[in-house]
Each structure stands twice: as structure tokens, then as C-alpha cells.
Design a protein around this ligand. Sequence first.
Ligand SMILES: [Zn+2]
Ligand SMILES: [Zn+2]
Length: 171
Amino acid sequence: MADSTKTLVCPACGKEMEKIYIERTKCFIDICTNGCGGIFFDNREFKKFDEDHEAIDEIKNALEGKEFKHVDASYKRICPVCGMKMMKNSTSIKGEIIIDECYGCGGKFLDYGELDKIRAEYKTEEERSKAVIDYLKANMGSEFEEMHSHKLNQKNANKKGILNNIINKFF
Ligand SMILES: [Zn+2]
Ligand SMILES: [Zn+2]
């Protein structure tokens, strides 16, 4: 999806968000610099910022030295791009960090501080994915090995759907 050019209203605190241009990725990220410090990523943008080695200088600069309004992260939020209700999802199999995701446009909203936590969670995308595989192996054992190698029969088709959902989400 192309960068949205309209000014977004922060889904957490209602303030207008500021567009910050990121040189490295040639895209704009919407940051709630005058409200809660939340960050909105358009579809796919987030993947370019979630690993520790991926520079986020512009985002850091935009947030640095400011006091932000505290918001209740448990409230349901409405996507500022397409107006759909956002879903609360964990960013990894650990389930410790919950962010808001829009299934309509693929946008993601992170509360202040969550980006740093996510970047500290795993060093690379491979590690994040491996954690899912390890978790599934540990909990499903040989059944998982079977599915993973596509030796799946009809009676497991439903489970395969669930597994695929998990894999698609984290990979
Ligand atoms: Zn805000
Ligand atoms: Zn949306």
C-alpha cells in the first residue's frame, strides 16, 4: 500500500500525528509527537523497523526529550487510515508485547516505548520465526513435524488451517 498522505489522527489520544520522513526506507511514518508518542506504520512498513540493526534515528529524534500523555492501551482503537476496528495482537510467540493491528489496511499502531521493546525481543526476523517453530515443536511434537513436511491427511486439514494462520502471522 502506498504511503497515506493525509494527516492521521492518533487512534489512542485523538491528536494529529506528525509525518516523519525516513531516509533509509523512503517513506513517512506517522508519530503522535504532540500527544501520546504512539507510532502508526502503514502496511509492511513495520517490518523495516522491528529489528535491532535497522536504524530508527528519525523516529528517536522525533520522540526524544518529550513528555507524552499516558493512554490506556487496553481500549479498542479505530484505524486512522481505513476506519476499521483494530485488533490487539502479540508481536511474538512470547505474547508479552501487544500492539494494535488493522486487518483492513494492514496498519499497525504501537504505543510509546513498544517499538524499543519489540526491537529488544529478538535480534533478527529469523530468531523471531525460530521461536515460533520451537514453540510449535515443543507443544505439538511429531504432529507438527508431520504438518511442517506437508504430509498432511484430510482429517488434519482443519488443524493445518490454524497452523498456517500462525505461520503466516509470524513469518
Ligand atoms: Zn496519540
Ligand atoms: Zn486500517
